[in-house]
Design a protein around this ligand. Structure first.
Ligand code: SF4
Ligand code: SF4
Length: 486
């Protein structure tokens, strides 16, 4: 009798979340027809299959090659009581420090975007007090010592009545680099505000919402045609030469065909140091989003960059070793009359060999260390430039300028935030983008939107109570064991 085989490869198991009840469930990672899926099973809600990557080779590279020892924070903030992801954080089981810490200073916003993970809007009037914001900044400093990057976010942070006092509080601490996460309306409309903002540079970067050139796509994502606002904001930021990253929220079929146009546009702007591409995460306000039709994986976006940009190839877009499941990055070097992807300077033999792109740089510890240092999320434009210069020094036969400034460096970053559907606890433990809380906790981005925003407190409490009850039952059984044994 011939045995039947399953129609896939069984690659691994992991812990995931049931997309319906948000309880942890076991999941299989399987490879089928060149793609990778997570097969989940919940005792209460049955099976669920989710596409994790449509490129099994790339997925394996992330899992097997782009590994580095986890970097720890200076302290942990919670204990391990209920298990991941119900103990955030950071609890001692977390496997990465905060490369980027987010301080949300308000919920108020001048837009009501149909897609907003924070659920902010004009009707929400909350602004955090300066005392709370100080406590959040202090939490980051306590964990990181000298935090690499702190992002001031909201809501729309530029509407905080004490916005510049917040920047002063941040500047009074040993924070290397500040980012302002903004929709750009105030920068576009208020020249005095923009000028005052620019006085905080260097060490300041604008993280500018920039989703599309098409009015219809802007309507779908932002509820308004912001084309002119974007144009004015970029004009002003160019005039001030204030370092800016264009941040694109991606929805399949809406604006994922504009990735190349946005990268090329960014390359032409004096102020723009890079583009960050973020596929929509199912969190907060999410109108007109259907996960089955609109979800995008890192591997698909990586391919779109290669197909559309006319600049980067697939090999230029590499996993970020802090958290390779969710982050990928490409660098280009801007010279006087040309823009060249970084990996062109690293000859193929240095980086890659063999059909499966085995990474040869593993054999050269200095080169590997320099590359991993550069391919990280804790950078400012200035630190990228100095890191890149360092890397060039490791390479024997590079004809690129060795002293690069931030004006020479352009970075494209893919950041996928997992949600209840595709959350892999193994990858969550490597999250390096964390929200600060006034109570001193630092909470990984995905876990925060799932369980730790104020409106999720009830769900978290219910799950924690269930776990506590099960634990008590187990302890009772254990304490009775000797009696059974007699
Ligand atoms: S996500 Fe990290 S901090 Fe949160 S419970 Fe899991 S290991 Fe701990
Ligand atoms: S996504 Fe940003 S701009 Fe839009 S409502 Fe939310 S906070 Fe405001």
């Amino acid at each position: 009798m011939s045995r039947k085989n399953r129609p896939y490869l069984f690659y691994d198991t992991t812990t995931a979340l049931c997309g319906q009840c948000y309880r942890t469930v076991e999941a299989k990672i399987i490879e089928k027809s060149g793609a990778v899926y997570m097969d989940k099973w919940c005792p209460a809600h049955g099976n669920e299959r989710v596409l994790v990557s449509d490129d099994a080779d790339y997925y394996r590279q992330c899992r097997e090659v782009y590994l580095k020892p986890p970097e720890m924070p200076q302290q942990f903030n919670t204990s391990m009581t209920y298990g991941c992801p119900y103990d955030c954080g950071l609890c001692p089981d977390h496997m990465q420090h905060s490369c980027l810490s987010i301080v949300e200073i308000n919920d108020h916003c001048n837009l009501q975007c149909p897609v907003c993970y924070a659920g902010s809007g004009p009707k929400r009037s909350e602004h955090r007090s300066l005392a709370e914001i100080e406590a959040m900044l202090d939490a980051v400093v306590a964990n990181e010592g000298e935090p690499d990057v702190v992002q001031i976010s909201g809501g729309e942070p530029t509407l905080h009545p004490d916005f510049f006092a917040v920047l002063d509080l941040a500047r009074a601490r040993p924070i290397r680099h500040l980012m302002i996460n903004t929709n750009g309306i105030r920068i576009a409309q208020d020249p005095d505000f923009a000028e005052r903002l620019a006085s905080y540079a260097p060490g300041l970067e604008i993280y500018l919402q920039f989703d599309s050139f098409r009015p219809l796509a802007l309507q779908a994502l932002r509820g308004a045609d912001l084309s002119r606002i974007r144009e004015q904001a970029i004009l002003r930021l160019n005039a001030l030469n204030l370092s800016t990253t264009l941040v694109v929220t991606l929805k399949r079929g809406l604006n994922d065909d504009e990735i190349g146009d946005i990268i090329r546009y960014g390359l032409q702007q004096r102020c723009v140091r890079g583009v960050t591409l973020q596929p929509i995460q199912e969190a907060g306000r999410l109108e007109g989003f259907d996960g089955k039709r609109h979800r995008l994986t890192v591997s698909e976006i990586r391919r779109a960059i290669a197909a559309q940009s006319g600049l980067f190839s697939l090999d230029d877009v590499r996993p970020v070793p802090c958290n390779p499941d969710t982050l990928a990055m490409a660098y280009a070097i801007k010279l006087e009359d040309e823009v060249v992807p970084l990996t062109r300077y690293l000859d193929a033999d240095t980086l890659l060999a063999g059909e499966r792109s085995t990474i040869v740089f593993e054999r050269d510890p200095a080169l590997k260390a320099s590359l991993f240092k550069l391919f990280a999320t804790n950078h400012s434009p200035e630190s990228q430039a100095s890191c890149l210069s360092e890397l060039m020094c490791c390479l024997p036969s590079v004809e690129a300028p060795q002293a690069l400034t931030y004006a020479n460096v352009f970075r494209v970053l893919i950041v996928q935030f997992m949600d209840a559907s595709n959350l892999d606890i193994r990858a969550l433990k490597k999250s390096c983008i964390h929200f600060a809380r006034p109570d001193g906790r630092l909470i990984p981005f995905e876990a925060y939107n799932l369980f730790y925003r104020d409106d999720r407190a009830g769900l978290l409490q219910t799950i924690q109570d269930e776990i506590a009850q099960t634990t008590r039952q187990r302890q009772r059984v254990m304490s009775l064991r000797p009696i059974y044994g007699e």
